[in-house]
Design a protein around this ligand. Structure first.
Ligand SMILES: Cc1ncc(COP(=O)(O)O)c(C=O)c1O
Length: 390
């Protein structure tokens, strides 16, 4: 298989294609699903073989002995990110939304403020609110078409009722790879305001050539006493349905609180996810990700060139992630008019910017992790839908 192969996912209980008519009124037969953050690609063969071995054995009992799994994570973080993780610091949750929810539960109390740099991944705010905590939106500043942190404004915004900051690194949406200085400034901000820092680094492998992600423990080693790291192989290898993610905590007191919540909730791993991640975090998996990023780089260039040619439309220059963040505000159209053109005329299902919080208005998020022909088709449709502007 190459990344150019189109794989029909319709009718497979795939949320991205099988629910888009329900949520967007875009039928899968004619539409292009560009919302949910999973890819249209099969994972590396190593992952497929791991599942085939499970299938051939045919017994799906409880998982035990996680040494190979932990060693695979240790190897991956060391060889890809230069980070030496102590395997005894790793908890396995049912993905990172689950990991985030457990952190909120373990480290904050009802009514506490949880700080987000918005616009940001929508599930953070949903989870915080559902847990009865308060979302504190700190707006990212837009400078020359890219997001920047604004600590002077955010210092003034803090009331003392905040307990946690959830950082998205690299940033979804907007695709920023935060610099070491920005990461250190985030850590300093958390210390100044006595916040637990939850660093969600699920996109850390999806970085474009020319950019380098730095894991928070390397950027700010002094923050270990209040740091919770969230990592996963699921976004990297397109195995999100495995619902397997890691919460990594170096501080013993925080680790004990988290372990108690895991126990209280009865959380233990899903064996399919454990086998898939162990197989993915391998030299074969590493080579696959390198190829993937070159392919996605081509998609990103195609989409940016096509959309930036439409007057008033600007696609943010991605440094990481396969999620294009496109600003339609310059068209001067209302949200309803933009959605009519994108969803009804172009038959494309995007994520709506305002669901990412303050600052997301006027944007749409488009997933470009698809065969190039699909991305080209999306560009053509959008150019036609906005042809009167050109
Ligand atoms: C920043 C971020 N965190 C978490 C998730 C989802 O994690 P999971 O599928 O492990 O719950 C996503 C999915 O897009 C994401 O962008």
């Amino acid at each position: 298989m190459t990344f150019d192969t189109t794989i029909d996912r319709k009718g497979t209980h795939c949320v991205k294609w099988d629910m888009m008519e329900t949520f967007y009124g875009v039928p899968p037969e004619t539409g292009l699903a560009m919302w949910v953050a999973d890819m249209e690609f099969r994972p590396p063969q190593a992952v497929q073989r791991a599942l085939e071995r499970m299938l051939a054995h045919g017994i799906y009992g409880y998982f035990g002995d996680d040494r190979a799994y932990l060693e695979a994570i240790r190897w991956w973080m060391d060889s890809r990110h230069g980070w030496q993780v102590d395997p005894s610091h790793i908890f396995t949750t049912h993905g990172l939304v689950n990991g985030t929810a457990l952190c909120i539960d373990a480290f904050t109390a009802p009514g506490d403020g949880v700080v987000l740099m918005t616009p940001v991944y929508h599930a953070f705010a949903r989870t915080i609110r559902a847990a009865g905590r308060t979302v504190v939106e700190c707006r990212l500043a837009l400078a020359d078409g890219r997001y920047e942190m604004d600590f002077d404004a955010w210092d003034a915004q803090m009331t003392g009722g905040e307990r946690m900051l959830i950082l998205c690194s690299p940033h979804n949406p907007g695709g920023r790879v935060w610099t070491a200085a920005e990461l250190r400034a985030t850590a300093d901000f958390c210390r100044r305001h006595d916040l637990i820092l939850v660093s969600d680094e699920i996109h850390h492998d999806l970085v474009f050539p020319g950019h380098k992600h730095m894991v928070m423990p390397k950027a700010a080693p002094g923050i270990a006493d209040r740091l919770v790291m969230l990592t996963a192989a699921t976004k990297t290898f397109n195995i999100a349905g495995a619902h397997t993610g890691n919460v990594i905590i170096a501080d013993p007191a925080l680790r004990k609180r988290f372990a108690d919540r895991m126990m209280a909730m009865g959380i233990s791993p899903n064996s399919f996810g454990m086998h898939m991640v162990t197989a993915a975090y391998s030299p074969e998996g590493a080579a696959w990700v390198d190829e993937l990023m070159c392919y996605l780089d081509g998609n990103r260039r195609l989409l940016d060139a096509g959309l930036n040619a439409i007057p008033g439309v600007r696609s943010m220059a991605l440094e990481a992630t396969y999620l294009a963040w496109v600003d339609f505000a310059g068209t001067g159209m209302t949200q309803a008019e933009i959605l009519d053109r994108v969803q009804r005329q172009a038959q494309i299902a995007p994520n709506h910017g305002e669901t990412f919080g303050a600052g997301g208005e006027g944007f749409l998020r488009l997933n470009l992790a698809a065969p190039r022909a699909q991305v080209a088709e999306a560009v053509n449709r959008l150019q036609r839908a906005f042809a009167d502007l050109q």
